[in-house]
Write a protein that binds this ligand. Sequence first.
Ligand SMILES: Cc1ncc(C[n+]2csc(CCOP(=O)(O)OP(=O)(O)O)c2C)c(N)n1
Length: 578
Amino acid sequence: MSEKKIMLGNEAIARGAYEAGVKVSSAYPGTPSTEISENIVKYPEIYAEWAPNEKVAMEVAIGASISGVRAMASMKMVGVNVASDPLYTVSYIGANGGLVLVAADDPGLYSSQNEQDSRCVARVAQVPVLEPSDSQEAKDFTKLAFEYSEKYDTPVMIRTTTRLAHSQGPVTLEPRQEVADKPYERNAAKHVMMPANAKGRHVHVENRLKQMAQDACDFAINKAVYKDTKIGFITSGIPYTYVEEAMPNASVLKLGLVHPLPRKLIEEFASKVEKLYIFEELEPLIEEQVKSWGIDCIGKELFTLQGEYSANMIRERVLGETLDLAAAAQVPARPPILCPGCPHRSTFSVLKKLGIHGAGDIGCYTLGAVAPLNVIDTTVCMGASISTLHGMEKAKGRDYVKNWVALIGDSTFLHTGVNSLMNMVYNQATGTVMILDNSTTGMTGHQEHAATGKMLNGKETKAISLYHLCKAIGVEHVYEVDAFDIDELETVVKREVARDEVSVIIVCAPCALLKSQATKAKCAAIPEKCKKCGMCLVPGCPAITKNEDGTVKIDDTMCNGCGLCMKRCKFDAIERKS
Ligand SMILES: Cc1ncc(C[n+]2csc(CCOP(=O)(O)OP(=O)(O)O)c2C)c(N)n1
């Protein structure tokens, strides 16, 4: 009997890659895609790595595909932007060994800086998109994606969303299919994209999509099920499961391939149902095309362009039910905060004291933007802190950035920050960059990166030195400071922001949640010595609260003994427990 296993959507994608005979996987972490690589690495048959960013990951997969093996790159949707340069052009090159890009979208913005829809990117890049609805399909569609990639000579995108990536379902396991490497033949007309060659390949791209759209009417993954024909839904991915839950008797055209669309199949389905709804999260990608064919349907007039969908959305908006959602509304909001003992808090406490503004970046330290720290003023995308600061200086002059710094994490600095620092050096900037080096990619759950000295498979490797990297770029003034040495940090920050040359301060202290961190003795408040000045409360450590009389107490279960509160207390009213 075949073996079944409960798997996360991401785990199932990894399993699909394994069963499809994939040999190379490259990725950069990003919620909700991270666990794909963390599971792929468990299969010794697949070479799996963390790349410093998504563009690199995509290009590694492209190289592997050109050489003749099946290869995969996975990333969150904003990573697709970073990888879009190679993506748009590899669309023309196509695939030798199957080439698959997994793009993980985040409707509802659980952990992202925007809510973009990767299907739109794929459409512009003229790349087909498969959209699974559950873990079994996540595995099956991944395998299918490699077949389509080779059959149609195209990269294929698998689009998932947070709900699929992070929910579990049963998956039937099958053995790995050993796929023979395709022979590599030099073919400049296909592999060297310069104008004369790209012109010819663009014709191939258009023909390939037309052919696929035609064939898609017979793909088993595009399925029309006719029940009550008063109402019909065209849907895909996770929203399909909501239709099944809320209206099990409706007719449904479930699309597994969401780009290109099977026009004939859609026209046939539309002609057989009285009222047609298009139920797709985020952009009206399917809806706009269906409407452009003169088919009457209801989509974004009724359903939102923003946020995650639900079965309740159908109950309310299609069935007109009034739902009592009071119980759900009563769940208290829990705003994200830095962990107790987080070294970023220590850094922010110094910047707050000095009244310095931060051009921020993406990582745990983005939380420096919220109360009580309020240090970070801007956050755009990974790597943007340094270039934003540079833009401010060039716009407003040297003096303007004397009370600004760029704040960027170690993983983010290596991702794209390093380019911006080159720009500062090259274009004679004078700003100060603080690299918050906590020795990990913290925000996404502790992934290794090029400066940690370990690879995705846990093996030791060369750790790139951030210090020497900055020096090599040409930054004369690079300093490493312990994040918890707040006096030294204050001195160095004051000195460097005043300096009329570009400088980098690498603020070092490992993430408080890293397993390698030994537990330090916890801190305790001594009420008799407490003068109620509130200095220990300023950095907003969640382990410290006020007693009714205004003195403070420290929650033992939360304190990790970082000692920041102790250092801020002028009255020795906080001490370490022995
Ligand atoms: C282009 C892109 N790729 C991936 C992500 C997901 N992501 C958010 S922050 C981050 C890195 C965080 O690591 P680091 O800069 O070291 O800061 P830390 O969280 O450890 O403080 C990643 C990978 C993203 N937001 N954008």
